[in-house]
Write a protein that binds this ligand. Sequence first.
Ligand SMILES: C[S@@+](CC[C@H](N)C(=O)[O-])C[C@H]1O[C@@H](n2cnc3c(N)ncnc32)[C@H](O)[C@@H]1O
Length: 308
Amino acid sequence: MKKYYLGENFTLYNGDCIEVLKLLTANSVDMIFADPPYFLSGGSFTCHAGRRVSVKKGDWDLGGGAQKNLEFHIEWLKACKKVLKPNGAIWVSGTYHSIYQCGVALEINGYHFLNDIAWFKPNAAPNLSCRFFTASHETLIWARKEKKSKHIFNYDLMKNGKWKEDVLKKDGSQMRSVWSIGAPKPSEKTFGKHPTQKPLDLLRRIVLASTNEGDIVLDPFAGSSTTGIASVINDRVFIGIDKEKRYLDLSIKRFENLRLNGYKVNTIENSKINYNSVQPFLLESKVKYVSKNKNMQGNNSKKGKNNG
Ligand SMILES: C[S@@+](CC[C@H](N)C(=O)[O-])C[C@H]1O[C@@H](n2cnc3c(N)ncnc32)[C@H](O)[C@@H]1O
């Protein structure tokens, strides 16, 4: 299988994730984070920077009606299950437009639910019609491969770590299932915009909660590769798939900037590379884990417990 990009602990594939996943090794991935299309690009409007704008995210978000959308969710979740290790786990994020179908599709594929997280967005866009509540959360389902799987949960880090971005999390108290995390910061969009880019703080928490150093994290709908950035910063290995090259190119810029700045989150002002010279390249080689040996939160030498 040809790679679109191969960096240290950071690999990208271009194509339909169902097809790409079929070609990847079975039982090889520790954790999957998936942010599938919400299928809400159908002529409605939202508010952006005080202006009324179309909700059309792209052709990939158009969908084909309830039945076809459900079939799609069943298929990609089946393909994901094949590549997950026996003790692997998956996260699926979505709004009310998609998350219920994803839940049904997870159940049909025999995953075992662990939690659903309400990700509260304190700076959500206002509702323009004034006929509904303002949508200000997304749901994340966390499930393990099978009922008998022993999933990873870094309980102590969740309880005692520093989660300054979250006004709901009290120092030293158990991490609850409602997380308050704002939209991506402007610095996270320095290299271009993805219409549904997730905040780095959200992915950082997910990666730290449910994987250990050196684990392989896969995102079948990588977009701008927020999952990949959160993974490599925390010494995990990332594999991303997206069918749009422009988003993979944005991912490469984000990753190259991170690498050249010593894996510290940085902005274009500090950037050391000429982005016109960054070209995607095709390479063939095995994914291998290269430790950065950095002293950052989450580089816990002690492995997280497997929970049965
Ligand atoms: C909701 S966005 C993910 C955004 C991502 N979480 C981020 O932080 O940038 C969904 C992505 O899936 C991609 N996509 C849609 N259908 C796909 C498919 N069948 N296979 C692979 N990628 C797909 C789109 O191009 C889009 O970038």
